[in-house]
Write a protein of this length. Structure first.
Length: 314
């Protein structure tokens, strides 16, 4: 049994979560601290080091520290470039700064890439060689793992599958492109569609669940209403599933993965529709064997960043 331990760190705009992870992907000794993202690079670094200090074993060393951070970043150099929600860091050598403090290997990558690696190494995609991972939440992020290694592309920026457009006449995404899958099928996209339908006069129990305010409808409310048999909520989720299926058919035709893993906070909205998602994806795809690639729920939920960080070093 490999007894090595790793620290996985998940850096966000408002918090830093860290955990101690063993060689089988089990997480222990978790901690969360506030991220100071707007008071200079050193204060931001102090937040990361504080989270790490909370979980380091007192007498045992760790084999490495892996950090998930928002992009853009350079995973090869471990440099944070210019993430919008971390204004404290511009071209900041995060990996080197942490390495100088703890004298162990330190790796940095974006959260979707790292979570994909954790799922391939320890989670739902364990045993598969070619893995496509999608995390669906406030946005849609993706990661590609080939034979145990993250595919970064030429510049380190590969894997931005959430910004693959499936409708050039569609709504404009935050990235500036029209019809990205993120602006069509993320959690906020589903909530916005429901709000628009109700505001247009469509009857639905979602209004009651939202306390009478259509503007308060969330993705969770849409899922709750659909589970209770609400026709409009079900229609919205079915249509969003169709969009995801079309997008995934493109992914299958391009990469031909062995497995597709879906995680993220909004993935629960789609879980009852996974069978439909797989069947419709296969119908859209050119690949006649597209239905052989299973679509699986991610093993790691809210801890995907911690597990992903550790996987970068394992």
């Amino acid at each position: 049994m490999d007894e090595r331990l790793f620290v996985g760190v998940d850096v966000g705009g408002t918090k830093v979560a860290a955990g101690l992870v063993d060689a089988e992907g089990a997480i222990s000794a978790q901690a969360r601290v506030a991220m100071v993202a707007d008071c200079g690079a050193e204060r931001g670094l102090e937040s990361v080091l504080s989270a790490i200090a909370h979980v380091l074993p007192r007498h045992d060393s760790v084999a490495g520290i892996g950090i998930c951070a928002p992009g853009p970043l350079d995973p090869q150099a471990g440099i944070i470039l210019n993430p919008p929600n971390l204004p404290c860091w511009r071209n900041f050598p995060l990996a080197e700064c942490v390495r100088q403090r703890h004298h162990v290997p330190v790796r940095v990558d974006n959260d979707a890439n790292a979570a994909a690696l954790a799922e391939a190494r320890w989670g739902a995609a364990r045993g598969y060689g070619k893995v496509f991972y999608a995390t669906i939440g406030t946005g849609i992020g993706t990661g590609i793992v080939f034979d145990g290694k993250i595919y970064h592309g030429r510049t380190g920026a590969a894997g931005e599958g959430g910004h693959v457009s499936i409708d050039y006449r569609g709504p404009i995404c935050n990235c500036g492109k029209p019809g990205c899958i993120e602006v069509l099928a993320s959690g906020p996209a589903i909530a916005k569609r429901a709000q628009q339908e109700v505001a247009g006069g469509a009857g639905s129990s979602m209004v009651e669940l939202a306390g009478g305010d259509a503007r308060a409808i969330t993705g969770i409310i849409v899922a709750q209403a659909a589970q209770a048999g609400d026709r409009l909520a079900t229609k919205i989720l079915v249509e969003a599933t169709e969009l995801l299926a079309l997008w995934l058919s493109n992914i299958v035709d391009l990469f031909d993965p062995e497995v597709i893993v879906i995680g993220g906070g909004a993935s629960a909205l789609y879980r009852p529709f996974f069978d439909r998602l797989r069947d419709r994806m296969a119908e859209f795809a050119v690949n006649p064997r597209a239905n052989e690639a299973p679509i699986l729920a991610a093993h790691y939920g809210a801890d995907s960043g911690i597990a992903g960080g550790a996987a970068l070093c394992a």
